[in-house]
Structures are given as C-alpha cells and as structure tokens.
Design a protein around this ligand. Structure first.
Ligand SMILES: CC(C)(COP(=O)(O)OP(=O)(O)OC[C@H]1O[C@@H](n2cnc3c(N)ncnc32)[C@H](O)[C@@H]1OP(=O)(O)O)[C@@H](O)C(=O)NCCC(=O)NCCS
Length: 274
C-alpha cells in the first residue's frame, strides 16, 4: 500500500459560468456542514437517488459532517458556492474523489443542485478533480454510472473519458485519463485545461549541453574518420585525409540530427511525466 507522496489540495478560485455569475470553487471544509445540510434539504429525491443509488431521507448534521470531514490522504471534496447577496455562500455542487486502497486510481462522483444544472458545474468540477488527481500522482480516475444517467455520461464523454458499456449491464464503467494527450508537433493552441499560470522563466543558454554535444560529436567524427579513411581509393595521404574528413563530417552531421531528435523526444517524455 502506497500513500500518496503529496496530499494535494486546490487553492480556492472564482469561476464565471454560463449564466454570467461568479462562483467560488474550493475544497469542502468542516465548517461547510451546514451548507451541505441545506443543499440536501432542497435537492430533489431523483438527484439524491442518481448520486447515491438510494434516497437519503435522513440527512442529519452528523451525516453532513461526515461528508465534509474527509481523510485528505485518501479523499478530496470540492464544492462550488454561489455568494449570497447579504454575505455568506450557498452550496451549488459537489465533486468528490475517493482513492482505491492501493492509491493507483480514485473514484469520482458529482452532485449538482437541481436549480444549477447545465451551467457547466459538473464539467468544471471534473476538470479540477483531474487536476487534483494529477497532483496526487494518479494516472487515471474512474466512475461507475448507471446506463440511464445520460447527463453524467455526457459530462464524462465530453471530457474525453472512455465509456465501457457492458452488454445488458446496468452500470457503465468510465475511465478518465488524468493527463491530456500531448502531441509533439501540434501548433494549435487549444483551450487550456486550467487557467494559465505565470509565464515560464526564461531559460539560460545551455552551455553544458552544447559542450557535451561537441564532445560527443568529436568522438563520433573520429570514429567515422578512422572507419572511412582506409576505404578512400587513393594512395595520396592528402586526398585520403580530405575525403576521409568530408565523409566523416557528413556522417557526423547525420548523427547530430538524430541525436537532437532523441534528446527532444526524451525531454518531451520527461516533461509530460511531471
Ligand atoms: C449529472 C450532473 C452531475 C450534470 O451536472 P451539470 O452541472 O448539469 O452538467 P454540465 O452543465 O457540466 O453539463 C455538461 C454537458 O453534459 C450534457 N448534459 C448535462 N446534463 C444533461 C442532461 N440532463 N441531458 C442531456 N445532456 C446533459 C450536456 O451536453 C452539457 O453541455 P451543454 O449544457 O453545453 O449541452 C447533474 O445532472 C446531477 O447532479 N445529477 C444527479 C446526480 C448524479 O447523477 N450524479 C452522478 C453520479 S456518478
């Protein structure tokens, strides 16, 4: 069993959704129990049943506490809140991650209040749960959704998740990759999955890397020169040196190009694993 190295959390942020209103996205904390209680008391029975598979009729303060007092090393719970005119916040939606015992993946689930549907809340929560999953070192998330829950399945499908329908099965297994696939040579700047952060610091000129390249290329040139020179069809040492140097230079040039490509791919893979 491997506890995650970092119990990543998410700093609060403001999101402007489709209705033009600003909502606060933040982890649920102890003091949100009252908001959770109110959230449940105003939810439709269908929504509760869709989320939990049964109807919770007795949402007590203790139960609400259990929903917000998470174990950070195996759970994460995010809430989306609407500011109240007179101060305070109203809980509009919740998203939750629960790690599997081996910490290799985590189940995610959502509940959006009936009056806040189709504003993109579930999609935003999923986006940030993926960010959290990535920060926690989880390569994938998963969900189990009832076949008839078209809304939830559509949210996952739109986010690029794989839906596995079992013939005759009632539950759809959803596999959600946490990383976005990166392409080496794509130029299109798609919408960022998270708001851009500070611009990257300007990198210093790579003197060490250049020196290493020169040393490697000098070694390769010497090797090629030694291999090629005996095959120059001439008795004249000057000619042998000239054509040996030219041939070895060409081959070293090709080697340098291949070496740069290997380094680029290696660097790309290392960065995408971060
Ligand atoms: C499923 C649920 C979480 C979706 O929340 P939401 O905030 O309304 O979803 P979003 O606004 O992010 O929807 C994104 C897209 O999903 C699709 N979608 C969402 N609700 C839909 C619905 N009722 N019917 C058809 N498509 C729907 C749409 O394509 C939508 O994009 P669009 O509005 O631009 O057309 C919400 O309906 C809910 O809480 N249901 C009850 C609880 C539940 O079923 N939880 C899942 C248990 S795993």
């Amino acid at each position: 069993m491997r506890p995650p190295a970092l119990v990543a959390s998410l700093p609060p942020r403001t999101l402007v959704l489709r209705d033009g209103c600003a909502y606060r996205l933040r982890p649920l904390v102890r003091t949100d129990a009252a908001a959770v209680l109110e959230f449940f008391h105003t939810l439709s029975p269908e929504s509760i049943r869709s989320r939990y598979g049964y109807l919770i009729t007795n949402m007590t303060p203790e139960r609400a506490h259990r929903l917000v007092e998470i174990e950070p090393e195996r759970e994460a719970a995010l809430g989306l809140f609407a500011p109240r005119p007179g101060g305070g916040e109203t809980l509009c939606a919740m998203g939750r991650l629960v790690h599997t015992p081996d910490h290799r993946t985590a189940e995610c689930a959502f509940l959006v209040h009936d009056r806040c549907r189709r504003l993109g809340m579930a999609s935003q929560l999923l986006l940030y749960l993926r960010v959290l999953g990535r920060r926690r070192g989880l390569p994938r998330l998963f969900a189990q959704v009832r076949r008839e829950n078209r809304a939830m399945l559509e949210v996952f499908r739109r986010a690029g998740a794989q839906l596995h329908f079992d013939a005759g099965g009632e539950v759809v297994e959803v596999d959600i990759p946490v990383r976005k696939t990166k392409f080496l040579f794509d130029k299109s700047a798609g919408a960022p999955s998270v708001p851009p952060m500070a611009p990257p610091a300007k990198k210093p000129f790579p003197f060490v890397s250049l020196a290493l390249d020169l040393i490697v290329c000098a070694g390769v040139f010497t090797l090629f020169f030694r291999l090629v020179s005996p095959h120059v069809p001439s008795e004249d040492p000057a000619m042998i040196r000239l054509w040996g140097t030219l041939a070895a230079s060409c081959m070293t040039g090709v080697f340098w190009l291949a070496w740069q490509m290997v380094k680029t791919v290696f660097r790309f893979q290392r960065e995408s694993n971060r």
